[in-house]
Design a binder for this molecule. Sequence first.
Ligand SMILES: NC(=O)c1ccc[n+]([C@@H]2O[C@H](COP(=O)([O-])OP(=O)(O)OC[C@H]3O[C@@H](n4cnc5c(N)ncnc54)[C@H](O)[C@@H]3O)[C@@H](O)[C@H]2O)c1
Ligand SMILES: O=P(O)(O)OC[C@H](O)CO
Length: 327
Amino acid sequence: MSMRRIAVIGAGAWGTALAIQAARAGAEVSLWARDPGRAAAMRAARENAAHLPGHRLPDAIAVTADPAAALSGAELALLVVPAQHMATTLEGFPRLPPALVAAKGVTARGLHLPLETLALARPGLPAGVLSGPNFAAEVAAGLPAAAVVAGLPPELREQAIAALATPAFRLYGQDDAVGAQVGGAAKNVIAIAAGAVMGAGLGENARAALVTRGIAEIGRLALALGGRAETVAGLSGLGDLLLTCTGPGSRNFSLGFALGQGRPLGEILAERNSVTEGVATAPALLARARAAGVEMPIAAAVAELLEGRHDVPAAVRGLMARPLRDE
Ligand SMILES: NC(=O)c1ccc[n+]([C@@H]2O[C@H](COP(=O)([O-])OP(=O)(O)OC[C@H]3O[C@@H](n4cnc5c(N)ncnc54)[C@H](O)[C@@H]3O)[C@@H](O)[C@H]2O)c1
Ligand SMILES: O=P(O)(O)OC[C@H](O)CO
């Protein structure tokens, strides 16, 4: 059986890029936007001017703000609203087909990974995650990229991969959805740290140290929550961490960079119409890690930086002053 009809819930940059990708792979796609005015504008212009300008929406994409129309006939749903808004968004979708969550984060309320949010709203729904080093604009442009589809019962996972993959968008299956979600959420937080050290002019050595110690933090939490080390070393872990800590196109990195330059958080956020998941995720990730008995000193430093309790040099001094120990 193939998944010919796909509903994409959330018309930000990534939802729009995934809708374009699914259409490119041959699916009939409905793209749900929560604002009817914005949905109408996208239908008229065949473009998401607010979140993904310059990428034409193929004819196979129908844009709607009506949940029932979005889900009509859909055999797969891609959930691509920000992690913090997924629970409230799901209230508008009384039934769902098997789903892949493409959001990356931990909720401030409940400290949930995205699949935990979904499981609370729709217990028993077959679900997995789609995650990897993927800037939306590059995927929309058809540039080469890879990601994992983690979780879902194996037969549905294969069908989802077949429905979404093209030669330029290579999808790997695996069954460690926990590891994939921890990697996707935590890389946002570590990328804020990487941006901050670069914005403060602390150098490439500092960034490389942060990325490496960052993956150690991610690994500790992933394993504590039941994930696997191979996942942490894979596309949804190290792969996404590398992209987000080095790509100036990352919202998390650029927010950290601006903080490192000494700009206030409120001012940086006020200039953005896009989500920077690491901001809400940092304290939630830290709390989740503490509840699991896992130390995440870089995530803790980012949370303190975001709270305004330290500037970047002080946060780095704190990290460097931790007791010396074996790697
Ligand atoms: N942009 C990327 O390159 C990319 C790639 C991979 C994963 N992601 C992840 O995808 C998720 C969505 O990010 P994005 O980049 O598509 O978004 P975006 O920044 O382009 O747009 C913001 C989105 O948030 C929605 N939103 C804002 N307030 C809301 C509310 N109160 N309730 C419901 N929705 C609300 C908007 O409608 C819009 O869809 C995030 O978890 C992000 O980490 C993004
Ligand atoms: O722009 P960012 O920092 O939200 O990162 C986008 C994607 O998650 C990269 O894989």
